[in-house]
Ligand binder design. Structure first.
Ligand SMILES: Nc1ncnc2c1ncn2[C@@H]1O[C@H](COP(=O)(O)OP(=O)(O)OP(=O)(O)O)[C@@H](O)[C@H]1O
Length: 361
């Protein structure tokens, strides 16, 4: 398959190992790349971008050969039609925001339809910053401008190397929906390196997990992320679910969404019309378990689930993987609750969580 595919066979020596990869990715949506520090995530992105000259192998993107070391083909970065977003924004300090954006527009990829200037500015929420000089922007604002600038270049593939890592959590939370929306709307495929499970849960459709220069797992993000063994102690345990918006209730400010066969309430999502597919992130600590359905409670969501598997988390907590049908929900409870309810794998229980416990992106 030529279109929407990125195939690469790469060999790049590093100090203690070789980056050694042989992958074919279908380019739709957002690919997340995760793995421990130093495993080669940035090196992979740099190889794809044409920033690593010592690499051997082949890269074919949408049928175009970017690299074939045997044939002596090495397309320089500017001919690959990619956008590269770094951890730090790298704006031109001598130009204001408008100047930075216009610079990109003039150098737009001629092979790709140009995206509307005003629409990108609106999507990235930077309309009020156009006359500002770069030194008067916050870190989050700089990164928004950097992303807008890259989009104005009309890339056919967006490579992002921890673009949110230098920002505080509230800036990240405000930029992530923009990235998701941009991807949905402009349909530019994205390969996104991140250390943060929280980011990947919100953004990625597919995931590559790397270790020591190799891909050790590849698959649908929520499948890989929702596995109990991935719920280490470095991030808070969570689940990522796919859902469909069913209807809005403006009176109560709630939206009904469907996850597998279950109907759930979330806070109102006016920007997502009924029928839209959305990603839902649920922190494992938001979920309580009961043996009976809740009768009179302020908690809006209470659904029957099967305990698929469980895992101790330290001495005082237990993580449970709860089957919703197709998808799984990770729940964290105390060991005391676990013992009191006498839970074990295979049991049917009720998972209860507030509408506000669901974050929809
Ligand atoms: N130019 C280089 N020459 C040789 N080795 C390098 C070079 N750049 C990075 N390395 C080494 O290659 C390995 C992979 O580095 P890379 O930056 O790709 O990892 P990473 O997974 O992105 O790490 P992090 O998550 O910490 O950013 C590391 O051991 C690093 O020290």
């Amino acid at each position: 398959m030529d279109n929407n595919s990125l195939q690469f066979t790469l060999d790049l020596p590093r100090d203690h190992f070789h980056i050694s990869l042989d992958q074919s990715l279908t380019l739709n949506g957002i690919w997340g790349i995760m793995g421990s520090s130093g495993c080669g995530k940035t090196s992979l992105l740099r190889c794809l971008a044409g920033l690593e000259t010592g690499v051997q192998g082949r890269i074919i993107c949408n049928g175009r050969t970017w690299l074939d070391s045997e044939q002596g083909i090495f397309l320089p970065p500017e001919q690959r039609g990619i956008g590269y977003i770094f951890q730090e924004a790298r704006l031109f300090p001598h130009l204001n925001v408008m100047g930075n954006l216009q610079f990109a527009r003039k150098r737009a990829n001629p092979n790709q339809a140009a995206l509307s200037f005003s629409h990108i500015i609106q999507q990235m929420g930077i309309g009020h910053l156009l006359e500002r000089t770069v030194d008067k922007l916050s870190g989050g604002e700089k990164q928004r401008v950097a992303i807008a600038r890259t989009l104005l270049n009309a890339p056919s593939l967006l490579l992002m190397d921890e673009p949110l890592a230098s920002l505080d959590w509230s800036s990240r939370l405000s930029i992530m929906p923009c990235l998701k929306q941009i991807q949905r709307e402009f349909k530019i495929p994205v390969v996104f390196v991140s250390h943060s499970k929280e980011e990947v849960a919100r953004l990625a459709d597919n995931l590559l997990l790397m270790h020591q220069g190799q891909v050790i797992e590849k698959g649908i993000c929520r499948h890989l992320l929702n596995r109990l063994e991935e719920q280490d102690n470095s991030d808070q345990p969570l689940s990522a679910l796919d859902a469909t918006v069913l209807k809005h209730d403006p009176h109560y400010g709630l939206t009904t969404i469907k996850v597998d066969q279950h109907r759930l309430y979330a806070g109102q999502l006016n920007s997502h019309p009924p029928g839209t597919t959305v990603r839902v992130v649920v922190p494992a600590s938001e979920i309580s378990l009961t043996l009976e359905p809740l009768k009179a409670s302020s908690i809006q969501n209470c659904i029957p689930v099967h305990i698929a598997s469980l895992q101790e988390q330290g001495h005082h907590h237990v993580l449970l993987s709860l089957s919703l049908g197709e998808q799984e929900l990770i729940c964290q409870i105390t060991r005391k609750s676990f013992d009191t309810l006498k839970l074990s794998a295979g049991n049917t229980v009720f998972a209860c969580f507030k509408a506000s416990g669901l974050e929809v992106v």
